[in-house]
Design a protein around this ligand. Structure first.
Ligand code: ARG
Length: 263
């Protein structure tokens, strides 16, 4: 898999608003508000889902926890426009487990490629507000964070119950064991589908190799420890035992205020 960056015109070249992609990623699953504060789908995308519905997005007739969101893009008039995704455009991977056959029936899935669309690219003194770029997944992004975090899909209790673990005490390490099986399932499923994904041990070794290569040319590298160190088995990776510092580099990506509109 390759990485691509597409840079759209900056405001200076537009004589008005520059294009903006309102999604935070090209792919994402809707988070629908239900009754009593419940959410169906990805809670991280609830505000965006609200906006899409407000702009007239219909969504599927029977909403599920994994409905791909439409694109919302504004051009030079600054007005958000809705672009529903053509069926089958996005590659998705159904999650199953190499040993636990019940896993598949949970109906979990994730998309193949993360494409960041909400960050501002800065190069040679110019800011480019619409600069989508892709990478490829590290398993823990999905297995630990997206599907495991309590404020995301929060699947650890369900998986622990299927594994028959004791959830009355945290000392049974039911959360850790559920995380392990979920991460194993994610890595296994992407590999089985032939979609590129890196595991956190390999990613750690690649980072250390990169750092050493750069050091041998007397170049320091900018890195954020809490982004580099994986969310599971941290101390079993070399990056955990490595100090890091973050400094400005150029070109680079920045967060920017979300676009908004009034009507
Ligand atoms: N963590 C984000 C997600 O789970 C994606 C961030 C970019 N990740 C990457 N491997 N390039 O969707």
């Amino acid at each position: 898999m390759r990485s691509y960056l597409t840079v759209f015109a900056p405001p200076e070249r537009c004589g008005g608003p520059a294009p903006r992609i309102w999604n935070s990623q090209l792919c994402g699953y809707a988070g629908y508000r239900g009754t009593g504060g419940t959410i169906l789908g990805d809670p991280a995308n609830t505000p965006f889902t609200d906006l899409a519905l407000q702009l007239g997005w219909q969504g599927p007739k029977n909403p599920t926890a994994f409905d791909l969101l439409p694109w919302i893009i504004s051009g030079r008039d600054g007005q958000p426009q809705l672009f529903p995704l053509p069926q089958g455009l996005v590659r998705e991977i159904p999650i199953h487990h190499p040993e636990h056959s019940w896993f598949e029936a949970l109906g979990l899935r994730w998309y193949a490629v993360p494409v960041i669309t909400h960050m501002r690219f800065r190069a040679a003194g110019t800011d480019y507000p619409a600069s989508p770029f892709n990478g490829w997944y590290m398993g823990t992004e999905i297995g630990s964070r997206n599907l495991g975090d309590t404020h995301r899909y929060n699947l650890l209790p369900l998986i622990a119950d299927r594994l028959g673990l004791d959830r009355r005490t945290s000392r049974s390490l039911w959360q850790d064991r559920a995380l392990l099986e979920l991460n194993q399932a994610v890595l296994h499923s992407y590999a089985a589908a032939g979609v590129k994904m890196i595991d956190h041990h390999t990613a750690s070794e690649e980072f250390i190799k990169f750092r050493d290569q750069e050091a041998s040319h007397d170049r320091a590298i900018s890195a954020r420890w809490d982004w580099i160190v994986p969310p599971m088995s941290a101390s079993a990776t070399r990056v955990f035992h490595t100090s890091m510092s973050e400094f400005a580099t150029t070109p680079d990506f920045h967060h920017q205020p979300a676009p908004s509109f009034s009507r």
